[in-house]
Design a binder for this molecule. Structure first.
Ligand SMILES: Cc1ncc(COP(=O)(O)O)c(C=O)c1O
Length: 480
């Protein structure tokens, strides 16, 4: 008997999980495969609240404190915190704890939308530092140390920097020189390490942000470790950060009903990674190395190497470049799913990203290798390489005041938006990097770029279709 009557979401989820799939996306537990059977069978019953013996997230003194202490030790931090609303909430808490309204912060422009939201919420002024771009791979790369130095020389009043590393494609910003430089100048280094929670558990993975001198970092456990969606952590890495302020900031941005199931999954993931991470990652990386060797025979598709232009890349993130073939990243993503039932993490105009975690088996990776080799032999070569370099604004930029941001209701067709000030973040998602930020002037180049990625099939957040199918963009109407 069907016990559900009007449950569209449950229906959609049931449909999703019934089909046989090989999962190469987050959350890192891969539909429970990465959990111990005992944890899995109790997970729903762990959904409890602040009862006797279960401690209190907002004033931890018992089991939660002990688990966060084990977390601190595992990462070599000064102090570590659980987060139950993803790295987004840790970015908010970090900025709230370390910066005052009106302070300046250096930020790589290809940051995640949660950074922009925090800046608007807390009235912190960004100085954007522009990423580089490798045309050969159609990938943005982190700004070099000289770009960060110049940004600080031009803005000596900035209180610190927030740096994203690794990015969605696994590309790492080297941090040691940057942290030394910032600390010599009395500035803070905050790191959005959302995609790097696993780095601490194997020497075969790039160094962690804390190992390279970060004062504070956030990591999404759910992205790469066996933990439930929204599980994330914030680490304090140095005495330059006031733990009292961070504790209050984390508490302010967190529900008074934090999920014990999510927290328990972080307890599980940390414990498992500490005890088995080195071995499991060692095996995973060896299997992936072997797969990459086989995939190097592809003629049209190409594996993005584990090191590009001297920058390290997370070897567990397999990224396939389609730009020398006659199919887009969106088409490859669809084909791999429809023909082989493999679901990738994400795609963009010319890449498909697969996330590999401790829950993957050699069989899963061999299936993917086979699927990619077969697909490569059935597609054509492209005559020209399209470029998808994001046309980041370089002009003056001012983060909108919260009241104008919230009050901006005017929507106009994208094609007529040149010269207006953008109200929303306009973000092809994933990877979630805003092409336009609230407060930026919209240029003809932005309009052309957004049209182009939409034609390729991108889902662009911040653009709405009106009844006639015209793409509408929200602009700031400062008169309201
Ligand atoms: C670079 C980066 N930072 C932060 C986040 C936010 O992480 P979460 O989804 O855990 O809030 C993401 C999410 O995709 C991200 O890609």
């Amino acid at each position: 008997m069907n016990r559900y009557r009007n449950t569209p979401l449950i229906n959609a989820l049931k449909k999703y999980i019934t089909g046989q799939r090989t999962i190469m996306h987050m959350p890192g537990h891969k539909q429970g495969k990465g959990f111990d059977p005992d944890f899995l069978s109790n997970a729903v019953r762990f959904d409890l609240t602040e009862l006797n013996g279960l401690d209190n997230f907002h004033n931890p003194e018992g089991a939660i404190l002990e688990s966060m202490e084990a977390l601190r030790k595992a990462y070599g931090a000064e102090k570590s915190y659980f987060l139950v609303n993803g790295s987004s909430s840790g970015i908010h808490a970090g900025i709230l704890a370390c910066f005052n309204r009106g302070d300046k912060i250096l930020v790589n422009r290809n940051c995640h939308i949660s950074v922009i939201n925090a800046l608007i919420l807390f009235g912190v002024e960004p100085v954007f530092v522009m990423p580089g771009y490798i045309d050969e791979y159609n990938l943005a790369v982190p700004p070099g140390i000289d770009e960060w130095k110049t940004a600080l020389e031009q803005n000596p009043d900035a209180k610190g920097a927030l740096v994203t590393t690794p990015d969605y494609y696994g590309i790492c910003q080297p941090l040691s020189d940057l942290s030394n430089f910032l600390h010599e100048k009395g500035k803070l280094l905050l790191v959005d390490e959302a995609h790097g929670a696993h780095f601490a558990f194997s020497d075969k993975l790039p160094e962690t942000a804390l190992e390279q001198g970060a004062d504070l970092c956030v990591q999404s456990f759910h992205k790469t470790l066996p933990a439930f969606t929204q599980a994330a952590v914030l680490h304090i890495g140095s005495k330059r950060i006031d733990p009292g302020k961070v504790s209050r900031a984390v508490s302010m941005i967190t529900t008074t009903s934090p999920s014990y199931t999510i927290m328990a999954s972080m307890d599980y993931a940390r414990d498992f990674a500490v005890s088995s991470g080195t071995e499991v990652y060692g095996q995973l990386i060896d299997i992936l190395d072997d797969a990459k060797k086989k995939l190097s025979k592809m003629q049209k598709l190409r594996v993005i190497p584990d090191s590009i232009e001297g920058l390290k890349r997370d070897p567990t993130r397999l990224v396939i470049d389609t730009s020398s073939s006659d199919i887009s990243g969106y088409e490859l993503y669809d084909r791999i799913f429809s023909e082989y039932r493999i679901t990738a993490e994400m795609c963009d105009t010319c890449h498909v990203v697969f996330i590999h975690t401790m829950a993957d088996t050699a069989g899963d990776i061999s299936k993917l290798t086979h699927a990619l080799l077969e697909t490569d032999s059935s597609i054509g070569k492209s005559n020209s390489r399209a470029s998808f370099r994001i046309p980041f604004s370089t002009g003056r930029y001012s983060i909108p005041e919260l009241k104008y941001y919230l009050a901006s209701t005017e929507e106009i067709p994208l094609e007529k938006a040149e010269g207006f000030t953008c109200a929303d973040a306009v973000t092809p998602y994933p990877p979630g990097i805003p092409v336009l930020c609230p407060g930026e002037a919209i240029t003809a180049e932005h309009i052309r770029y957004l049209d182009k990625v939409k034609k390729y099939g991108a889902d662009v957040h911040g653009l709405r279709k009106d009844r006639n199918g015209t793409g509408m963009i929200r602009v700031i109407n400062t008169k309201t």
